[in-house]
Design a protein around this ligand. Sequence first.
Ligand code: NDP
Ligand code: HSE
Length: 380
Amino acid sequence: MNIALLGFGVVGSGVYEWCRDREDLHVRRVLVRSEKPQIADIATHDFEDILHDDSIDIVVEVMGGLHPAYEYVTAALKAGKHVVTANKALIAAYYQELTELAKAQGKALLCTAAVGGGIPWLVNLERVKRLDSVQSFCGIMNGTTNFILDAMHTDGSDFSEVLAEAQKLGYAEADPSADIDGLDIQRKAVISANVAFDACLSEADVPVFGIRSILSCDIAAAESRSRICKMLAFGEKSASGAVSCYVEPCFVPSGELEAAVSTNRNVISFVTELTGKESFYGQGAGRYPTAYNAVADCADIIGGVKEFYTSLVRDVPVDNNAASHPYYVRFSGSDEFLSSIEAEKCGEGVVTMPVPVAKMHAWAAKAKEADPGVFIAGLI
Ligand code: NDP
Ligand code: HSE
């Protein structure tokens, strides 16, 4: 099959290299913005050259951002081409529209690299759902923040220095705020919840708190309780059918699987009704791991896959007050809500009694106005 790449950055160049020696996948055209001398013979600045080229079977979108990625992916599907993308922002924002368009066109829309980088998480989620019902998922879904937190725990690294290193290694988003503020994970959680529960959540349904304000005293507070700070995403379906889904830093007991995940690695687990817990571990970001999953999606299309990971998109109620746990909170100044919760001192902060997730996130969002340095972490 013939591929056209949209974008030739970290992931796009990896896909190109991966396909170079393959007999079954050929990169015929590459849409570029700036000049890329190494692919001058197949580069174009005009998407129409790709859209109207009938020899192109699969458009691989690895340029990122919402626009013009949305317009290009939509046009490619309408033109009868399969689409593979690593762009979680795009899929999370246009989930229902794009999955329904692909279904109507009878074309594949695959985005395995979008969640978990090199981990075949979405593929396995789809696979287990053929037999079993997914009750919950949880995991580390961002390589950049795990890289930062791991370095802060293991050698006391400075936040900004280690973020710069993650950017150099190609882990971070074009705007790394998406990583450190948890928005990248929020998008991955939306896609995971929608696939896991045949739902139609949007980013607004998923409360998020990032690690922008984390300090070494918070790392010390976690360690004082034999815990490790990790950025986690959660999704769970209750017996009533409502879904809870949220993203936050967590102090994880040091014996747990997530606590042992180092560098840019991710681990994501699901719990199903009959199979129980299964976990998927690997590199969550970087050129070759991510490109691997994009190329594997193309190989699946050669193998006959012509679908998204689920064909169901249902309106599902969201209830983030159904989940509740203690929180570590570091906040300067006095506050009525915090004073009303029973809490014990922990380093520079406190650890509260269990608080509903939606309530704590709503408080934290408001508390940032009074203290931009406020930090919260769930104790799970
Ligand atoms: P890069 O910034 O390295 O690459 C993006 C490429 O797309 C650049 O070459 C850029 O051109 C090009 N581009 C951007 N806009 C246009 C446009 N309008 N027309 C033509 N080319 C364009 O990003 P990544 O490769 O890291 O990420 C790509 C996608 O993959 C993103 O959606 C990201 O979220 C996702 N992803 C990335 C992972 C990673 O580890 N890096 C992991 C999983 C997913 P120019 O070179 O001129 O800037
Ligand atoms: N910026 C993302 C991360 C890329 O660090 O996980 C992989 O999705």
